[in-house]
Design a protein around this ligand. Structure first.
Ligand code: ZN
Length: 142
């Protein structure tokens, strides 16, 4: 494992782009993804998708920019080895659409309640753990 790979895989932007989306948002409507609904059905969770309200906040990953610098470019910072053109860097040449808000600059926070919240929190936690374990396997060079 080299340090650059390690920095890349431990980067928040990289890990965020590996996470499966649990839902999409259309206007102020939450649309749970099919695979999430399957889990909810399996667990016999009673929920009403139309009743889920949403609040929007400035995206926590890109701070409302809608884009981030591609982590493969600067996860390890600047060094004489990666030969970045500082001007290109600052003008956004290495930017990619923010993986968290998908360029919307804001992040939707649905208000899940009751049994739905419990299962969603569980899925989120599993997804986090999964992404971290995959990332750490990459860090170890598996
Ligand atoms: Zn964002």
């Amino acid at each position: 494992m080299n340090l650059e790979e390690y920095n890349f895989w431990s980067d928040r932007r990289t890990q965020e782009s590996m996470k499966k989306k649990l839902f999409s948002v259309e206007g102020y409507r939450v649309k749970l993804k099919g695979w999430v609904k399957e889990i909810l059905d399996l667990r016999a969770v009673d929920y009403d998708e139309k009743a889920i309200s949403i609040k929007y906040e400035v995206c926590t990953l890109c701070s409302g920019e809608g884009k981030v610098v591609n982590p493969s470019v600067d996860a390890s910072g600047f060094s004489p080895y990666n030969q970045l053109d500082l001007e290109d860097y600052l003008s956004g040449q290495y930017d990619v659409t923010c993986p968290k808000c998908e360029g919307l600059r804001v992040e939707a926070f649905p208000r899940f309640t009751g049994g739905l919240k419990e299962v969603i929190d569980e899925i989120k936690k599993e997804e986090e753990d999964y992404v971290k374990s995959v990332a750490s396997e990459f860090m170890m060079g598996c």
